[in-house]
Design a protein around this ligand. Structure first.
Ligand code: SF4
Length: 316
């Protein structure tokens, strides 16, 4: 078996910053640390942190007054920030700066009276956080069919997008928005983040060279799901697995070529575990293909800067 290993894959700068922020907070502040929503959408990361005293919650009311609460990489609405303030929580904001950028765009357009059409998946943590920036002014569309049902409610319209969309889906929806509302404006630069684009581009480029694609990531990870879709759109079978325990060895029997990649919230040790089993069971020869040299880095949350970590603290 010839295994192509896509690069870039796995952790993006936003996920790395959020994971390090929680790791550091547990070291500096100690447990428990409450986290609003999953720190990143990956079951393994969440379980590892739970083992160290992180408590994940979807409700501010569940957090004891005065406790420390960390906001996840996906960001939160102003209503959540206010609720945390009223509860006298000590907050640490690990929102990815690229998500914050979309929040700021939503605020800017809403205050200028725009009707905002947001292309994204309703119910996703990121989307709900951004929707809260301008309640009543943001409408969510997920498909071209949603665009066809949309009515104009203002003479000024703009679209914004979730950071982890499929590039192809977003392009189709934007095209139909422009056909239906020719004067609709868009963000100065695409909101789909560099990590989403790079990982999807790698799959698009490499999937046609293999018989099957394995994407490592959790089922609630938007960008991981998009990677399997990118492969399937090219007619290549693809599976999304959370880790080694979900690897379907039967389906891999007899295959000569496989592409392995990972969503932006999947840690590298899970990828290596899969690679090692492919070597062991199928004698896989692994070739890493580097298509982009990612050097993006985000600073830790401002609340953690300058805090000293005790020498006895350990990390995940
Ligand atoms: S996928 Fe993109 S927007 Fe989301 S955390 Fe990573 S860098 Fe930030």
């Amino acid at each position: 078996m010839h295994v192509l290993l896509a690069s870039p894959r796995g952790f993006c700068a936003g996920v790395r910053m959020a994971v390090e922020a929680l790791d550091y907070s547990l070291g500096v502040v100690g447990s428990p640390i409450y986290v609003f929503h999953e720190i990143v959408h990956n079951r393994h990361i969440v379980e590892r942190f739970q083992g160290r005293g992180a408590i994940f919650t979807n409700s501010i009311e569940e957090v004891p007054e005065g406790a420390t609460l960390l906001f996840s990489a996906h960001g939160v609405s102003p209503q959540v920030r206010t609720a945390a303030f009223n509860r006298r929580l000590r907050t640490i904001d690990a929102t990815c700066p690229l998500v914050t950028k979309v929040h700021l765009e939503a605020v800017r357009f809403a205050t200028r009276g725009y009707d905002i059409v947001f292309i994204g998946h309703a119910g996703h943590d990121e989307v709900e956080g951004i929707r809260g920036e301008a309640p009543g002014r943001i409408r969510i569309v997920e498909t071209v069919e949603d665009v066809e049902k949309l009515e104009r409610i203002s003479d000024k319209m703009v679209y914004l997008t979730q950071t982890t969309l499929s590039l192809d889906d977003a392009a189709r929806i934007i095209k139909s928005l422009k056909e239906r509302f020719p004067d609709i404006q868009g963000p100065a630069k695409d909101d789909i983040c560099y990590a989403t684009q790079n990982r999807q581009n790698a799959v698009r480029e490499l999937a046609l060279r293999v018989e099957r694609v394995i994407v490592i990531g959790s089922q609630n990870s938007s960008n991981s799901i998009r990677l399997t879709e990118a492969a399937k759109e090219q007619g290549i079978s693809a599976e999304l697995i959370d880790g080694l325990d979900e690897l379907n060895l039967e389906a891999l029997k007899g295959l000569k070529s496989v592409l392995v990649t990972a969503g932006a919230s999947a840690p590298e040790d899970l990828v290596m575990a899969v690679i090692n089993v492919l070597k062991e069971k199928f004698g896989a020869r692994v070739e890493e293909i580097v298509l982009e040299d990612e050097r993006v880095h985000f600073s830790p949350p401002k609340e953690l800067r300058g805090l000293e970590r005790p020498t006895h603290a350990h990390s995940t």
